[in-house]
Design a protein around this ligand. Sequence first.
Ligand SMILES: [Zn+2]
Ligand SMILES: [Zn+2]
Length: 244
Amino acid sequence: MMKVTIIGCCGAYPDANKATSGYLVETDNTKLLLDCGSGVLSLLQNYISIEELDAVILSHYHGDHTADVQSLQYAVEILSRTGNREKILNIFGINQQPYFNKLSYGEYCKAYQINNNSIVKVGDLSISFSGNVHSMPCLSMKITYKDKSFVYSGDTEWTDNLIELSRGCEFIICESNLYNNQLGKVPGHLTAGEAGKIAAQSGVKKLILTHLPHYGNHNQLINEAKAEFDGIVELASSGKIISI
Ligand SMILES: [Zn+2]
Ligand SMILES: [Zn+2]
C-alpha cells in the first residue's frame, strides 16, 4: 500500500499552523517528500521523524515549494552528527542555477538532476515526470508503487502534458490556485474548472484540489471542478491521507 499525506496545501504563503506545498508518500520501506515549502518541516514531524526521510523531490524552485529545504538540511546535519541518522538525504531538482547547486549539503544531502525524461527510483517507488507551463521551469510528477499511480501537478497553467502523465492513474493532486472567473488573467496557474477538465480527460477516479488561494470560498472551487469532472472532487487539507 502507498499512503499519501498532505502536509501543506496553501498557495504562496502558509496560513497559521499550516504549510505551503508538501506531500509525504510512504510505503512499508520508503518515505518520500514531494516539495518542501514554508511550514512543511514542522508539520512533517507530526507524521514521521526526520530520521526516516529517504528523499525529497522538488517540482520547481519557487519559495512556496522550497522554503524549508535549508532547515531540512540543518536537521539532517544535526541528526547525523548526533548519531540519530545514518543515511544521506537525496534531493532531486531541476538543473537550474543557482538553486540546484544549493541542494547538495556537505556529506548530509546529495542533489540529483531531474527533467521530463527522468525515471527516478526511491526505495519502492518509481517516479516519472512531465514538463509544466509556469513562470520558471517546473515538473509534474507521477508516483508509482506496484501497479498503482498518482500524479502531483506542481505549479502549471494548462498543459496537455499533465493529462498524458495522469492517464490511468488513481488520482491527481492538482493545483487549483484560481477561480474560473480568473481564467486568462493570471498566468502560470490553473483554474478549478481547468483542473476538472484535466481530471476528466485523463480518466482518473479522483481529483484533489491543492495550492489553494487565500481568498474566496473554496467550496466554489469544488463546484467549478465538478462541473467538468464526474469523479470524486475533494479539497486538499493538512493531514488528509489518501491510500491506494
Ligand atoms: Zn510556482
Ligand atoms: Zn506554488
